[in-house]
Design a protein around this ligand. Structure first.
Ligand code: ADP
Ligand code: MG
Length: 555
């Protein structure tokens, strides 16, 4: 046999392998899903190369064949997909491909609670190829790349510290993974058991899957089916399949259209937001197909950036298969698809928010940051996205959220603007002198506590024709003056006008001198109630915050 080179795994890979082998006992069956999903990816890639008539050496039918052998105690996953070169083997199977799991493992460097880590990794990121070590104490990968002239290789490891790599003359184009099953995982050598796991997780895989020669799946693209015939379980499994995540989908949408473009699609909103857990910005979650052939996974440019949390599949037969990446991202058909699907997603979320406001609140608490990003960035859809916003208000309890439409609907006839107040906390807002006149006058104010809110309000500036006005800006002076004038309870000597002009001048120049440089101007006004003095802005709140940041004060 040709000499085998030995390679060490990277440190974080070793850690992951250790966790996988020792702590994932109850969830071991997921290895089937993971290996099938890798085979399916590899077959999609090859099919795309063939569909775009690129030079590949492949002549076998595209399929996944699995063999169980109780005598030799092996399970073999074989696909006729794109295969791997030696470099790709080292790169893909020697390091952790999933940025989420990698970041998590690095973050948890010193944790000893591997059980907990294991659950999180499986629950949120999946363990990919390494899941094979949950059931195997030795894994051999035979592979040959479909790139013309490629040689075959064999990768082998016991999942401890290292792997070996050797040339292999009999490796076919595609990938064959042989798992030597551990003694305590013999249950997976049962053909019926294996078939039921495949049906459960991978039924809709777009290539035939056989176990010991018998076909198991239905090879139905879920997105071509009638939406009423798709079960919740199918949705959950399909969502997990396309997103590589392990949570449940919060919402699903099966959307079909025949004109102006032909569209077949299934879209999901997840339950969890990985970005909120301190990980990288997620990739776009929607993949682009044409007549069931994957033409762009995680299609950049198909949806606006703020919708990157949406997962799923969009299939349009109007898309030619043979498109450059450049054209795929900026071509006229993509632009039209983008506009149609974006509008449909916004409408879908609006519908969900009406159907079940409590559930939507949960959604908004998790994905509201994306909605806010949308309001700031997606000018074409801004007005519709703004309907998805939810905020606390002064007239409701903490934690209760209303839409801007709710707010406007409840406005008294003589109220001209929508009032809002950005504060670090609700308590601070309620105690604030800026809020006091509004409280006294019984005017409802939106209380905003998220760091983005100030920018969102600035960008939006109007809703249903009403201006959005911050109660700590100069824009409220007129209103406050009006309220003050009509305030009958005020006694004559607490008004600012009780001071003579001379006294006023004396007071303001004394204050200006005492306060010094940062103060631009001291004015006597009729604004205030139980507070002797108040600071207002001559700049917008956003500019003020920026100035503070530049001065090194991050609050
Ligand atoms: P992921 O699928 O999320 O990228 P995995 O750990 O499952 O992570 O797989 C790592 C990489 O190994 C894949 O991205 C792919 O490049 C390669 N790979 C795994 N299985 C196969 C296969 N059957 N055929 C070709 N490449 C594969
Ligand atoms: Mg994978």
């Amino acid at each position: 046999a040709p000499a085998a080179e030995k390679h060490e795994f990277k440190a974080e890979t070793k850690k992951l392998l250790h966790i996988v082998a020792h702590s994932l006992y109850s969830q071991r069956e997921v290895f089937v899903r993971e290996l099938i999903s890798n085979s399916s990816d590899a077959l999609e890639k090859l099919r795309h190369l063939q569909a775009t008539s690129q030079d590949v050496s492949a002549d076998k039918p595209l399929e996944i064949s699995i063999a169980v052998d109780a005598d030799s105690k092996t399970i073999t996953f074989c696909d006729s997909g794109i295969g791997m070169t030696a470099e790709e083997l080292k790169e893909n199977l020697g390091t952790i491909a999933r940025s989420g799991s990698k970041a998590y493992i690095e973050k948890m460097e010193n944790s000893t609670d591997t059980k907990d880590m294991a659950n999180t990794i499986v629950g949120q990121f999946g363990v990919g190829f390494y899941s094979a070590f949950m059931v195997g104490d030795k894994i051999a990968v035979y592979t040959r790349s479909a790139a013309p002239g490629s040689e075959g290789y064999c990768w082998e490891s016991d999942g401890l510290g290292s792997y070996t790599l050797a040339k292999s003359d009999d490796a076919q184009v595609g990938t064959k993974i042989v798992i030597s099953v551990k003694d305590d995982a013999k249950e997976f050598l049962d053909k019926d058991k294996l078939e039921s796991i495949i049906k459960k997780y991978s039924n809709f895989v777009g290539f035939p899957i056989t176990v010991n020669g018998e076909k198991v799946n239905t090879v139905d693209a879920l997105w071509t089916k009638d939406k009423n015939s798709i079960t919740d379980e199918e949705h959950t499994n399909f969502y997990r399949f396309v997103s590589h995540a392990w949570d449940e989908p919060m919402y699903h949408l099966v959307y079909k259209a025949d004109g102006p473009l032909s569209i077949r699609s299934i879209l999901y909103a997840p339950t969890k937001n990985p970005e909120a857990m301190g990980f990288d910005r997620v990739k776009p979650g929607v993949s682009l197909y044409s007549r069931k052939v994957l033409i762009m996974p995680n299609a950049e440019g198909l949806l606006p950036e703020w919708l990157r949390f949406v997962q799923g599949v969009v299939d349009s037969e109007d898309l030619p298969l043979n498109l450059s990446r450049e054209l795929l991202q900026n071509g006229p058909i993509i632009m039209r698809l983008k506009s149609i699907i974006t509008s449909r997603i916004i409408k879908w979320l609006q519908e969900e928010s009406r159907k079940d406001p409590a559930k939507y609140k949960e959604f908004f608490q998790t994905f509201g940051v994306f909605i806010k990003e949308g309001v700031c960035q997606d000018n074409a859809n801004q007005a519709e996205i703004a309907k998805l916003l939810r905020f606390e208000t002064s007239d409701k309890d903490a934690g209760e959220l209303v839409s801007l439409s709710d707010y406007v609907e409840a406005m008294p006839e003589d109220q001209e603007h929508i009032y809002y107040f950005c504060t670090s906390s609700r308590e601070f807002g309620l105690e604030s002198p800026y809020y006091e006149p509004f409280k006294k006058h019984g005017t409802n104010v939106l209380f905003l506590h998220h760091t983005l809110d100030e920018f969102v309000m600035g960008r939006l500036s109007k809703y249903e024709g009403k201006r959005l006005v911050s109660i700590d800006s100069d824009d409220v002076t007129q209103v406050l003056k009006k309220w003050n004038e009509s305030d009958q309870t005020k006694s004559s000597d607490d008004a600012a006008s009780a001071l003579t002009e001379e006294q006023t001048n004396e007071l303001t120049s004394w204050m200006l001198a005492a306060l010094g440089m940062p103060v631009k101007e001291v004015k006597v006004s009729e604004r205030y109630m139980s507070y002797p003095a108040i600071v207002t802005d001559f700049e917008s709140p956003a500019v003020r915050r920026m100035m503070k940041m530049m001065a090194g004060d991050s609050k």
